[in-house]
Design a binder for this molecule. Structure first.
Ligand SMILES: [Zn+2]
Length: 332
């Protein structure tokens, strides 16, 4: 039995009291709302609203596969102190959710940002997330429209739990909304330089389904199959045919999921392969100016436009920035 399962088996409370007794900063509440988050883009969105009035700690280390991530037993201690936990939902972080349910204190809640931002009738099921698997595509945050909804849910929850700082959270949300609007404009301006019929995306990791719907890109396939393994040789041959038929100039890999098969497919299909897209690993290091959800969007969409032969100057002119200093903890 893994340590995680062992914790879930009902002894979590005992384990937590042991951790709390020996950890230096445990339970030393500084008076601020204690917030736990999962993946880095969510941590960044929460940090833009909460600023330094709340203490924000992420759980999923950057650069790991968030879809198969299992929390460490020591994360139970962090969760036991949290007042609120923001997760994506849409079944992305079920093991972490389970650990939270076992360990959150009375009055603490899990808030599923994705689940609150889209009705189930609009869930995307596709190549890597087939309906038969029961898990919808969870990547709403790569679409600025949904990221802004996440921010609104965060604002409402923080206002409810810390009404004294309501004006601060409201002001941060307003600034964030303005900045997301400018990003949206830069994205649309840059995308418009690529003829609509040529906006076809074939990615390794299937993280752009909702983005594609809202920004007029056809997602023609994903290389990564639903069990997060590489495709079989037969599937690879099918993908090469598909890429040739679609006549796309480039296909896109994921920095989080390096795969030699992608290079092979690019070579065989005679297209550029760009393996630097990222869906939940923020650019740079914590503290860097582009280490943010907005920096992530800026990087991905500028990369996409340039590889597809478009003019990314509107995106290049956009400066991603947090609306308040980011004091959240991002595990690496
Ligand atoms: Zn992902």
């Amino acid at each position: 039995m893994s340590p995680e399962r062992w914790l879930l088996a009902g002894v979590a409370t005992v384990a937590v009291s042991v951790f709390a007794g020996c950890s230096d900063d445990a339970a030393t509440s500084d008076g601020r709302l204690q917030v736990a988050t999962t993946v880095a883009p969510i941590t960044s969105i929460v940090a833009n609203i909460g600023g330094d009035r709340v203490k924000i700690t992420g759980i999923v280390p950057e650069g790991t596969n968030s879809h198969t991530f299992e929390p460490k037993p020591s994360d139970a201690e962090l969760l036991s102190r949290a007042d609120v936990m923001f997760i994506n939902g849409l079944k992305l972080e079920d093991p972490t959710r389970d650990l939270a349910e076992q360990n959150l204190k009375d009055g603490a809640d899990i808030v599923e940002l994705g689940t609150k931002s889209i009705p189930p009738s609009q869930y995307a099921y596709d190549f890597s997330f087939p309906k038969s698997g029961g898990k919808p595509n969870p990547h709403l945050w790569t679409d600025p429209k949904y990221a802004l909804r996440y921010a609104a849910v965060v604002r409402d929850e923080l206002v409810k739990r810390d009404p004294a700082d309501a004006a601060y959270f409201d002001a941060n949300y307003a600034k964030f909304k303005t900045k997301v609007g400018a990003l949206d404009t830069a994205m649309r301006t840059s995308f418009a330089t690529i003829p609509r019929a040529q906006r076809k995306l074939l990615t390794y990791h299937d993280a752009y389904a909702y983005f594609g719907r809202d920004y007029g890109w056809d997602i023609i396939g994903a290389i990564q199959v639903s069990d997060f393994e590489d495709p079989t040789p037969k599937e690879v041959a099918g993908l090469i045919d598909q890429i040739k038929r679609a006549r796309v100039p480039a296909i896109f890999g994921s920095e989080v999921f390096p795969s030699p098969v992608l290079a092979e497919i690019g070579k065989e299909a005679h297209v550029k392969y760009v393996d630097t897209l990222r869906d939940d690993d923020l650019p740079g290091k914590p503290g860097d100016p582009d280490h943010s959800w907005m920096g992530l969007m800026h990087f991905d969409y500028e990369t996409m436009v340039e590889a597809m032969g478009g003019d990314a100057s509107a995106l290049k002119a956009f400066k991603p920035a947090n609306v308040v200093a980011d004091t959240a903890s991002y595990p690496q």
